[in-house]
Ligand binder design. Structure first.
Ligand code: GRF
Length: 219
């Protein structure tokens, strides 16, 4: 955790549009997130998220996973570059790579992800379509600590969205994203304030273990 005098130092990893990254940049600019983004990384050199970062004057690094022989080799390079910034917290913001156990362990308790479902429902891909196909009344998004289990680490905060008649995966994804942009910077702010920790595979907020879905965000 960062000392109270210096803001929490973040490194953010993206693969695509980076709208979640943008919500962090906006939160820092409007004072709701007390943090600095030291660098933004992408495994896709053309990710729009890198442009967003550059436009905000943030250092960017593209490390193209297709240039590495193995997942381990890519993760080792990524880790080496991330660690050169000594971040307090590493944020996966639409980073579409499965990370090796060595990577996950290196950032134990300081690695967060956002997943577009109400975890533990629908880990993995195509979450919105799966929720529609199942006839669920609601879906949403969950911020969680990253552990070795894919999309399985302890939940921190969750926001639900009603599924309306006629919703498609696209219409739902848009509405869920607006919630993601609220809950992800909120989780990071709790961490920056020293209120959020990972202890024995439990997410702890204000000295209290969070329940299975994490804190339930309501508008
Ligand atoms: C989000 O839906 C996030 O939950 C998922 O990937 C998407 C990233 O969107 N993991 P963006 O790149 O932040 O716009």
């Amino acid at each position: 955790m960062s000392a109270s005098t210096s803001p929490c130092k973040l490194v953010i990893l993206v693969s695509g549009s980076g709208s979640n990254l943008q919500s962090f940049i906006d939160g820092i600019n409007n004072g709701s997130l007390s943090a600095d983004i030291a660098a933004v990384f992408s495994n896709r050199p053309k990710a729009y998220g890198l442009e967003r970062a550059a436009n905000a004057g943030i250092a960017t690094e593209a490390i193209d996973h297709t240039e590495f022989e193995s997942r381990e080799a890519f993760d080792a390079k990524l880790m080496e570059r991330i660690d050169s910034y000594s971040p307090d917290l590493v944020i996966l913001a639409g980073f579409m790579r499965i990370l090796t156990p060595g990577f996950v362990q290196n950032y134990h308790g300081r690695l967060l992800n956002i997943h577009p479902s109400l975890l533990p429902k629908y880990p993995g891909l195509h979450t919105h379509q799966r929720a529609i196909d199942a006839g669920d009344p609601q879906t949403g998004a969950t911020v969680h600590f990253v552990t070795e289990e894919l999309d399985g680490g302890p939940a921190i905060i969750q926001a639900a969205v009603n599924i309306e008649t006629g919703d498609t995966a696209e219409t739902l994804a848009k509405r869920v994203l607006t919630k993601e942009h609220i809950i992800y910077p909120q989780a990071a702010q709790w961490f920056a304030e020293g209120r959020l920790t990972l202890e024995s595979n439990n997410a702890i907020l204000d000295n209290t273990p969070l329940s299975a879905g994490g804190y339930q965000y309501n508008d």
